[in-house]
Design a protein around this ligand. Structure first.
Ligand SMILES: *[C@@H]1O[C@H](CO)[C@@H](O)[C@H](O)[C@H]1NC(C)=O
Length: 293
């Protein structure tokens, strides 16, 4: 494997095999009409919220926060995909306890795709195989009549529940501003006369769809009409959204502007500070021995 191209192709194949071996565990709530989170959810259009997640000290805190946003968001099916060889106890019990109808999947990113110090940053494919596992599940396990919406909601963003009402209006693909992303206060489409004319992105503005994963939702039917729309381990950083959307749409003007013609921020790309665990490492026995944090 001295030849980097051979190593690369082998890695991609390993990733494909891993991607085919995920397992899943589905729970469907029978009736959420009488639920305390707003009521009347049975009449609301369903949203499949896809969340890739991986083990780190902040994981449980992030998933707890997201689960509370989803509890308030009405008719939701949470497709949670762990980057792990098997489902973890923590995530399994958290998602069951959340009361949100869910599907729990897992697929491990092969070690050769996890970022090492000397790798170029575009090699980092975080969430790629996990989102693809969710897409596979959605295309194979939902009914052809299912007219739901699909949204990729990372576990470290902050969501205003009104965002979910906006995405329920999606015909093919909806888009809206995202706060605190791409080096800007807000990254957003510029809408003129109700149509998207351009984007204000400064980070890699040459992208066809210079938007964040949190900025759009698509209809499940559109996904099923374009089975080749998947995420890729082989695209440069920041290009996953464009790679995916160019398979689903033929032009930018097909995107439907939401959130008052893309003038309201209802989702923020907040990022949790990396916890300083220097002192923890000095302990003879971990502070969380026998305690889930
Ligand atoms: C968006 O802009 C169009 C065209 O100016 C206007 O007709 C429409 O009412 C606007 N929509 C919202 C939600 O503000």
């Amino acid at each position: 494997m001295r030849n980097p191209i051979v190593a690369y192709i082998a890695g991609a194949m390993a990733g494909f095999v891993f991607g085919c071996l995920f397992r899943f565990d589905t729970y469907l709530a029978k009736d959420r009409g009488g639920d305390s989170n707003g009521g009347g959810t049975a009449n609301q259009r369903l949203i499949y919220v896809v969340t890739p997640t991986y083990a780190r000290p902040q994981q449980k805190a992030e998933l707890t926060r997201l689960s509370y946003a989803l509890r308030l968001a009405g008719n939701i099916h949470w497709v949670l995909v762990e980057d792990s060889a098997k489902p973890t106890e923590m995530v399994s019990s958290l998602v069951k306890q959340s009361g949100i109808p869910f599907t729990l999947l897992n697929v491990e990113t092969p070690p050769e795709y996890k970022l090492r110090t000397r790798d170029p940053s575009w090699l980092k494919p975080r969430g790629v195989l996990q989102r693809n596992a969710a897409l596979h599940f959605l295309r194979e396990k939902t009914s052809p009549e299912d007219d739901s919406v699909v949204y990729f909601a990372d576990d470290d963003n902050t969501y205003d529940v009104r965002l979910f009402e906006e995405m329920r209006l999606t015909k093919k693909a909806s888009v809206w501003p995202v706060g605190l992303v791409g080096g800007l206060m807000v990254e957003r489409p510029i809408v003129i006369d109700g149509r998207i004319k351009r984007f204000n992105a400064v980070f890699r503005p040459d992208r066809t769809y210079p938007i964040d994963m949190a900025a759009f939702a698509v209809s499940l039917k559109l996904l099923k009409n374009h089975p080749d729309a998947v995420f890729s381990l082989n695209v440069p950083r920041g290009h996953q959204e464009t790679h995916f959307l160019t398979k689903l749409l033929s032009r930018v003007s097909e995107l439907e502007p939401r959130a008052d013609n893309c003038t309201k921020v209802l989702v923020w790309h907040t990022r949790t500070e990396n916890t300083d665990l220097k002192l923890e490492k000095r302990l003879a026995m971990p502070s969380n021995q026998g305690i889930e944090v």
